[in-house]
Design a protein around this ligand. Sequence first.
Ligand SMILES: Cc1ncc(COP(=O)(O)O)c(C=O)c1O
Length: 368
Amino acid sequence: MILMNDFKAEPAELRAAMSTAAARVFASGWYVLGTELKAFEQRWAQACGTRHCLGVGNGMDAIELALRALDIGPGAEVVTTPMTAFATVLAILRAGATPVLADIEPDSGLLSPASVRRCLTPRTRAVVLVHLYGQMRDMQAWGDLCRTAGIDLIEDCAQAHLARWDDQVAGSIGSAGAYSFYPTKNLGAIGDGGALVTQSQALAERVGRLRNYGQSERYVHPELGMNSRLDELQAALLSERMKWLDGFTARRRVIAGRYDQGIRNPRVRLLAPPRQPLSHVHHLYVLLCDDRAALAQHLADQGVQTLIHYPVPVHRQAPCAGLARDPLGLPAAESHAAGCLSLPCHPQMTDADIETVVDAVNAFGTGV
Ligand SMILES: Cc1ncc(COP(=O)(O)O)c(C=O)c1O
């Protein structure tokens, strides 16, 4: 079976380096908020081109912490997309703010600026922009839209590790960027992990307190925070895995390029190609098909695993059914959710695997 992810096939050299890093942490006797975290935070900030990085418990917490540190809570509206991991919207709700759902662009699944404009009200305080599937697009325009509206731009970079728009890296453009290091992400930990990156010293200092119970100095708590810290073991492992990220991303680009060129089936529609050479890191390769269930079954029969990102848009989830949304509705998100299918696109795939997937998609509906 060609899997969506295949961690056991990762290079032996990487696995050996991770074992050495883990042994170093065991030997250190220091497991939370130590030198491994500091070192990783410095490396990740440098890679993102931001002045600060704070390692936190997971990507969802990074979004909540960004909102809380910006004082975006009860009474504030935050516009985002229904075509995302549930965590994006849950983070807004957990911050006490009110999510407002805007529609997407059909050719990419990314948030639609026109729809976001229709969702703005005097209570809007931020847009959470999800770089869905690894794609960045029109960042200048998003910056302008938020500046003009006097609101914060928060980048949800959970799927877009080190994607670039012009010469800026995901997370470095908005007031804050939220990264997830969930194992399946382009940079994944061996468990949960996340980071918030920002250019703002004030924001970084506040998040540094909020992730640690709101503590300003030992046993002094000027405000109520969370317990959300990237631990030393995950930080050490991430520092090793980070050395492989550029190579792994390059391989994802090769696979996606081969799919873009090779998939020729009138029953299948591809998303628009990346607008810039480095603007897409291909966390997921997603195509659209009106007969998705049959395509997924056909691919499974040919030994190709698939997943759906996402079959149920956020506004169709029970706790979110009443959320405010674009007055014109969310038809593009509905249609995308009904037809999207993710193909395997991970760095351990062989050239033969890629050809198998292309041939299997092209054979769909031909009776082969
Ligand atoms: C777009 C998006 N946002 C947020 C998250 C939440 O990240 P985490 O699972 O680390 O909390 C994820 C991951 O599932 C994601 O894909």
